[in-house]
Design a binder for this molecule. Structure first.
Ligand code: MEV
Length: 321
């Protein structure tokens, strides 16, 4: 059984979406590939972009889960949780599961949601269970919530349904198949685990609640603007809003020196806008360009100073079997 699941970029609204404000995200053509075949126990091996070690998780005869390096089990507990969720939904968990992900772990590109989705669909498919996309979407979010403590519907929705999506609380609205302009994704070189970034923002909010709530409110307004810009096909407006969004995410403390550098390089290359994407504190930034050639040139500039960059296309559907 083989499954391909897209990764995603958040165009606007990360963090604030966890507190009930809107976010806009799109599925992109970077993929997680999951294959599963029957086996005498559960063995998961993974390879993420830029993460040479790979992860190998195994269930022993007495039901314990082991991982090649114990200190990694926490960070990759979503692999085990995804298997348990699939079992709850009726799948036989005994399988050899192989995962290849084109994004680095903790990249802000929805790698965990994408991998969770792939494991669920592959294991369920292998057992002849065929839940609909909405059941998969709910299951992905359940796992994310268990692992992260908090999770909006954003990543789970985009990787299962694809397209460009606006999320607010429990509401999901499909805005279309693509976005105006061309998106460059650039990895800062260090992971930014979502749970850690969420805790950082939570602590800041405990310390200065009125200020943080004000920033979140403004991020919500920006995301509403981005949603309009997607519908109107207005790349210039979208870029300006992304720049404001980056400033607001910096105010929440989730940008880094490298992410700021990527954003500045992209703007100097002629980006309409650039910002952190996903949880931040590491991971990726995105930039929006009017034309693909300029985006490609900027990717080369970023690579010349040591970053990894991709010019991506949006993907109109979610996981494929
Ligand atoms: C993670 O991709 C984005 C966050 O807003 C968390 C979430 O929406 O669950 C930081």
């Amino acid at each position: 059984m083989e499954v391909r699941v897209p990764l995603k970029v958040i165009l606007s609204g990360e963090h604030a979406v966890v507190y009930g404000h809107p976010a806009v995200a799109a599925a992109v053509d970077m993929w997680t590939e999951v294959s599963a075949e029957p086996h005498d126990t559960t063995v998961i091996s993974t390879r993420y972009f830029g993460f040479e070690a790979g992860i190998r998780v195994k269930r022993t005869e007495d039901g314990r889960w082991t991982v090649a390096s114990e200190d990694l089990l926490d960070e990759f507990s979503y692999l085990v949780e995804a298997v348990k969720e699939a079992e709850r939904m009726g799948a036989d968990p005994d399988a050899k599961i192989e995962i290849r992900c084109e994004g680095p772990p903790g990249s802000g590109l929805g790698t965990s949601a994408s991998v969770i989705c792939g494991i669920l669909v592959a294991l369920l498919g292998l057992s002849g269970v065929e839940p609909d996309r909405d059941e998969i979407r709910r299951a992905v979010r359940n796992v994310e919530k268990r692992v992260q403590g908090r999770a909006s519907w954003t990543d789970a929705t985009v990787v299962t349904l694809g397209g460009v999506v606006k999320v607010k609380g429990d509401d999901v609205e499909r805005l279309g198949e693509g976005i105006p302009g061309h998106v460059l994704v650039c990895y800062s070189g260090t992971p930014g685990p979502t749970a850690r970034a969420l805790r950082l923002v939570e602590r800041l909010r405990e310390e200065i609640p009125a200020i943080v709530d004000g920033v979140m409110e403004e991020i919500g307004n920006v995301a509403e603007g981005v949603s309009e810009a997607v519908i109107e096909g207005d790349a210039s407006k979208m870029g300006s809003l992304m720049n404001v969004n980056h400033g607001l995410l910096s105010a929440l403390g989730v940008s880094t020196r490298e992410l700021d550098e990527i954003v500045n390089v992209a703007r100097n290359c002629g980006a309409l806008g650039a910002k952190v994407t996903g949880a931040g504190t590491g991971g990726c930034a995105i930039a929006l360009f009017e034309d693909r050639e300029t985006a490609e040139r900027c990717a080369a500039t970023l690579e010349a100073i040591g970053y990894e960059a991709w010019v991506v296309r949006t993907v109109s559907d979610g996981y494929r079997t």
